[in-house]
Design a protein around this ligand. Sequence first.
Ligand SMILES: NC(=O)c1ccc[n+]([C@@H]2O[C@H](COP(=O)([O-])OP(=O)(O)OC[C@H]3O[C@@H](n4cnc5c(N)ncnc54)[C@H](OP(=O)(O)O)[C@@H]3O)[C@@H](O)[C@H]2O)c1
Length: 227
Amino acid sequence: MTIAIVGGTGPEGSGLALRWARAGEIIIIGSRDAQRAADTAVKLAEKIGGKSSRVSGAENKAACAGAEVVVLTVPFEAQAETLKHIKPALRPGQILVDTTVPLAASVGGKPTRTLGVWQGSAAQQAAELVPEGVAVVAAFHNLAADLLQLDGPVDCDVIVCSDDKEAGKRVRDLARKIPGVRALDGGKLENARIVEQITAVLIGLNIRHKGHSGLRITGLPAEAYEK
Ligand SMILES: NC(=O)c1ccc[n+]([C@@H]2O[C@H](COP(=O)([O-])OP(=O)(O)OC[C@H]3O[C@@H](n4cnc5c(N)ncnc54)[C@H](OP(=O)(O)O)[C@@H]3O)[C@@H](O)[C@H]2O)c1
């Protein structure tokens, strides 16, 4: 699978890239600056060694053109602008994975608070901005970049929300390629409003207790983590 990571020069995008490249996926790091993307790709390739040819870099729009899955990892203040920029490169059949948390820090507020988004969530805002036929899937909001950048399995579940059942399943399968992740069907895209908010609580826990908190859902049958 070819995965473009828009804003992949940041900690969240490069962390996902690192994990998926190690799992054998082909990664294109996207950036506003093609050189910055290429530099990040080189650093990731050095980290993963033998599978280095699987990571390259490109300007954001160019990165999206040949990808089956486009993962958006830019801060909330850049989400709408970035989606408008890449829209001409998106085509029906692609999946757009939105990781955006609408933190109040985007407008100078606290990272432990969120902003109200008219559409209900950042993911629903993304759904309004992609071309028809592009499936939007909300995921990875609760998976901290700090955990992705560490070696070894991450201690976190990933709740995946989408109105497109097939796209949601493909993203859950992708999430499961990250060691330690259990992926769950979180229902429709509208549920992203709750999943996004949880991140602000996790950030508060990290600040108070100086840790890297993650989320585990318990009490479900084993098959829930395989669907
Ligand atoms: N960090 C985490 O632990 C974490 C966890 C879960 C979800 N998330 C979500 O994942 C997203 C990325 O998080 P992050 O911490 O990696 O963010 P970040 O470091 O602030 O930004 C990621 C990348 O976005 C691009 N960017 C920054 N400002 C921009 C702007 N004004 N316009 C266009 N592009 C801009 C930059 O790439 P270029 O300069 O190379 O273009 C930057 O490297 C956020 O929406 C966040 O809520 C983060």
